[in-house]
Design a protein around this ligand. Structure first.
Ligand code: TEU
Ligand code: CA
Length: 560
């Protein structure tokens, strides 16, 4: 056998739930744990094996739960610890695992450690966070927060500044402090002993900071870039190995790190086979595309050539050395079909199916974000008042008031890249509020819920949802789609993304048309001698050598 090192985390499909926007059971307009429990069968029927639950811990809720004020409590808006225990038990009964978000680069400023820490310079919790004296009447250095503004917040009480890579409500923990690390490990064990099945580690590439705290290069015309000093910092791997040795290695779990800004080399350090750190690392090259001084903000689609280069590089360079995470979206990203496909009424369904086929047949663990399986689209809200995301609101201000961008262009960037595109409520039905809530939803439901919703798609064999089901069944049943070696074919083709997956003499061929034109292709000679049997197709018909708009087909080689 040619499968390399086998593991359950390589064979599973992960479904991400963003609790605020998933399902509201009590009419307060906010999704909750009982709501999730009521939808477990839906997730199971789709063919997912693992749920990644975005944070549901007690939180100051300025960054929707990524600002945790108590790691041992469930946020009141989501329910109780009993609800959580019930969720875990019922998920396990159905054969679903639950992976929790681990947010330990920072806490909320309302966490007890921080309220203590800010009391005095000699408080026992002072060193749990990163405090510095100001310089020349201002912040300790020129770093900008990823959410806009300075990365330092002045605290009058002790006349010092604390570091926050994200919002002012999210002070960074000081990982140099062994007490902090031990508190984190203790908390992780507590959740694992409860029976959860792993962690998705938030912003984990930021936990180790270069100690000099020098100014960064100004790249947005306003602030210094902190990434070279805070991303993949000097002790990051020391910490992760310690965490692995003290906690992770003791459990049979899934571990995946959010390592934004990572190259293949970086990712192999975090998650290479035998590194004893993490199992998988999310890379962001296909989604984090910088637009000069505007950073992540853009309204331009990525080209097919670039996509091919990025995915092929990751597929080839991790081969036998590490394991890929396959994702088009998450709670920080716009909707897959709007960003990479074509969300016009004519092509939305077919391009959504094509995208899923193209990516999830690659080597790696598929991570799909709630609603993606319905082909949900971006929000396209016209007014800033309709957006809720702290990053979006703060960055609009920065783009327009400090960087001089026109309000129209800023809105165009937000409609294309803003995080709230992912966060509009799950569209369960075409009824009131898309069936998400009986009350007033915390963020508007996309009005296209009348067309795009789970209820109608469950009944329709040709829906995006039903296609995802079939695709996941295929992924589970074809070993070559899990462990087969990836090779790009037709590399120069301007319309088609095509590749093979080979395992022990079996060959799968995936051909996807990324355009709304017909596309013809000719297979390389060594593949032409085979008979090809279609396994899945997003159209009713398939003609060898020809693809209809956004057509995707997976074929299996028959006899030579
Ligand atoms: O995101 C961390 C991160 O690296 C961000 O730069 C992310 O890429 C950005 O939000 C994109 O616009 C994580 C979480 O996924 C995010 O939801 C949180 O807001 C953030 O950490 C702080 O906890
Ligand atoms: Ca609720």
């Amino acid at each position: 056998m040619n499968e390399g090192i086998k593991a359950w985390y390589k064979e599973c499909i992960v479904y991400q739930i963003y609790p605020m926007s998933f399902c509201d059971s009590n009419g307060d307009g906010i999704g909750d744990l009982p709501g999730i429990i009521s939808k477990l069968d839906y997730i199971k029927d789709l063919g997912a094996d693992v749920i990644w639950l975005s944070p549901c811990y007690q939180s100051s809720n300025k960054d929707n739960g990524y600002d945790i004020s108590d790691y041992y409590k469930i946020a009141q808006q989501y329910g109780t610890m009993d609800d959580f225990d019930e969720l875990l038990r019922k998920a396990h009964d159905k054969g679903l695992k639950i992976v929790m978000d681990l947010v330990v680069n920072h806490t909320s400023d309302e966490h007890a450690w921080f309220t203590e820490s800010r009391k005095s310079r000699d408080n026992p919790y002072r060193d749990y966070y990163i405090w510095k004296d100001g310089k020349g009447g201002g912040a300790p250095n020129n770093w900008g927060s990823l959410f806009g503004g300075s990365a330092w917040e002045y605290d009058e009480k002790t006349d010092m500044y604390y570091l926050h890579i994200f919002s002012t409500k999210q002070p960074d923990l000081n990982w140099e402090n062994e007490k902090v690390r031990n508190e984190v490990y203790k908390m992780m064990r507590w959740w694992l002993d409860k029976g959860i099945d792993g962690f998705r580690m938030d912003a984990i590439s930021f936990i180790s900071k270069t100690p000099a705290f020098e100014d960064g290069k100004v790249t947005d015309g306003l602030y210094g870039d902190l990434s070279p000093f805070c991303m993949h910092g000097p002790k990051i791997h020391e910490y992760l190995r310690e965490m692995n040795q003290k906690v992770l290695s003791k459990y049979d779990i899934l571990t995946v790190g959010e390592v934004s800004g990572s190259t293949v080399e970086d990712a192999l350090k975090y998650a290479g086979e035998g590194r004893n750190e993490l199992q998988m690392a999310f890379q962001f090259e296909h989604v984090d595309r910088k637009n000069g001084i505007y950073g992540k903000w853009t309204d331009e689609k990525i080209g097919l050539a670039e996509l091919k280069n990025i995915f092929t590089k990751w597929q080839k360079e991790l081969e036998g050395k590490g394991w890929n995470c396959l994702f088009w979206g998450n709670h920080d990203q716009p909707r897959a079909v709007s960003r990479f496909g074509d969300d016009s009424p004519e092509y939305r369904e077919v391009s959504a199916k094509m995208l899923a086929t193209c990516l999830y047949m690659m080597k790696g663990t598929p991570y799909i974000f709630q609603g993606e399986e319905l082909g949900m689209t971006n929000a396209y809200f016209e007014r800033l008042e309709d957006y809720r995301d702290i990053e979006t609101i703060q960055c609009y201000d920065k783009l327009v008031n400090r960087q001089g961008l026109s309000p129209q262009k800023a809105m165009s960037f937000i409609k294309f890249t803003g995080r709230d595109n992912a966060r509009t409520p799950m569209q369960w039905s075409g009824g009131k509020n898309g069936g998400f809530t009986n009350g007033i939803p915390w963020i508007k439901v996309n009005p296209n819920c009348t067309e795009i919703n789970a209820e109608s798609q469950l009944k329709n064999e040709k829906s995006v949802y039903q296609y995802y089901r079939r695709l996941f069944r295929l992924k589970h049943s074809e070993r070559a789609s899990i462990y087969g070696v990836y090779d790009l074919i037709l590399p120069e083709d301007k319309k088609i993304y095509a590749y093979t997956r080979k395992l022990d003499g079996e060959i799968l061929l995936v051909v996807c048309n990324f355009t709304k034109d017909d596309a013809a292709y000719r297979l390389p000679d060594e593949l032409r001698i085979r008979a090809w049997i279609p396994l899945i197709n997003n159209y009713d018909d398939y003609e060898p050598g020809k693809l209809q708009p956004y057509q995707a087909v997976v074929l299996k080689a028959g006899a030579e």
